[in-house]
Design a protein around this ligand. Structure first.
Ligand SMILES: NC(=O)C1=CN([C@@H]2O[C@H](COP(=O)(O)OP(=O)(O)OC[C@H]3O[C@@H](n4cnc5c(N)ncnc54)[C@H](OP(=O)(O)O)[C@@H]3O)[C@@H](O)[C@H]2O)C=CC1
Ligand SMILES: Cc1cn([C@H]2C[C@H](O)[C@@H](COP(=O)(O)OP(=O)(O)O[C@H]3O[C@@H](C)C(=O)[C@@H](O)[C@H]3O)O2)c(=O)[nH]c1=O
Length: 290
């Protein structure tokens, strides 16, 4: 019998990649992906029954209210989904490895190239809920937090990744304003999934940053996507975060990932390098077996 690992948020972008690539990167685990349809994580009695039934040997917690705009509009829903649910699951999982997916948005973005030891000062509701949940999770020395970055991927419904957002807007005849002064270190969801499986296998709990080696502005990201997504042609508008209307946006969320790199079976790629090497068939954001 293989040990059971539960992946929450299995209907979401990263959860889908974790479940789909588990046979490739985590063959010694029996993976049980939980979508919201399988289990509404705010329903405490149902969650406790499920945990008793599954008795997981590890948990990778991806479920969240993951859009900064949604969190800013409904802080109560954000705290329920991102803090209270995470607190409950980490308590139920107190004796086993628990990996919580957090975000670089715990930083204010004033400096960039953040290390794990740097002070986190979130400037929006989403970042504040993530930081509060991190502190609760890290209260257990068996548990881990992985702050990940802007993730490119292909989702079942085509509505989960920022690349899909951009293409959908372009297909609807809308311009896509990309900020030339907002910097990220994006990664493909396939690389995120492989790294998280490596981290589970390493058995080294703690706080980690997980991002790509390229620091790019949103505008530069758009420019690099253009050759591969012709629908974006003529639709990209160069803008500035100073004109952004809505939740405060951290300017530079580049992350230093030397700590997690020592545990990985592969080199964390740059976004540009990934695009140049990607195959023409299948999912361009998956990490092929060889
Ligand atoms: N994608 C990115 O660029 C980044 C993501 N992250 C973090 O990584 C994690 C995964 O992100 P991602 O896959 O993109 O997020 P998604 O929004 O694509 O997926 C989150 C999933 O969680 C589910 N969910 C939310 N609330 C509940 C609930 N109460 N009960 C059950 N399921 C619930 C959602 O269900 P439903 O489908 O029904 O809405 C959804 O399928 C999140 O914690 C996110 O904050 C961090 C940095 C970057
Ligand atoms: C900044 C920006 C965003 N967008 C789009 C992309 C995105 O899908 C949508 C909403 O912006 P969001 O801030 O919600 O999404 P995004 O900027 O993609 O933020 C993501 O960043 C990482 C670090 C996370 O933690 C994720 O959970 C998610 O919040 O707006 C543009 O079209 N142009 C832009 O210049």
């Amino acid at each position: 019998m293989k040990p059971v690992v539960v992946v929450t948020g299995a209907g979401g972008l990263i959860g889908q990649y974790l479940v789909r690539t588990a046979p490739r990167w985590a063959p010694d685990w029996e993976v049980r992906g939980l979508t919201r349809r399988d289990l509404e994580l705010t329903q405490v009695p149902a969650v406790e029954t499920m945990w008793e039934t599954l008795n997981p040997h590890a948990v990778i917690h991806c479920a969240a209210l993951s859009r900064t705009k949604d969190c800013e509009q409904d802080p109560g829903a954000a705290r329920l989904a991102n803090v209270l649910v995470t607190t409950h699951l980490s308590t139920l999982s107190r004796d086993v490895p628990f990996i919580f997916l957090s975000s670089g948005e715990v930083f204010d973005g004033r400096r960039g190239w953040y290390e794990e030891a740097d002070e986190a000062v979130p400037i929006n509701v989403y970042g504040r809920t993530k930081l509060e949940a991190e502190r609760i999770v890290l209260g257990n020395p068996k548990h881990s937090v992985v702050r990940i970055v802007l993730t490119a991927g292909t989702s079942a419904a085509g509505d989960r990744s920022f690349v899909e957002d951009m293409c959908r807007a372009a297909r609807a005849g809308k311009d896509v304003r990309l900020y030339a002064d907002e910097f990220r270190c994006p990664l493909p969801a396939g690389a995120i999934a492989r790294a998280v499986w490596d981290l589970l296998g390493a058995g080294r709990p703690g706080l980690y940053h997980l991002g790509g080696s390229d620091r790019l502005s949103r505008w530069e990201i758009g420019e690099k996507l253009l050759p591969y997504y012709p629908v974006l042609s003529g639709r990209l508008i160069r803008g500035s975060g100073r004109d952004h209307v809505g939740a405060p946006r951290p300017a530079d969320l580049s992350l230093c990932c030397d700590k997690i790199q020592t545990l990985l079976s592969f080199r964390l790629p740059g976004f540009a390098q990934w695009l140049e090497r990607r195959g023409s068939d299948g999912d361009p954001w998956d990490y092929p077996a060889s």
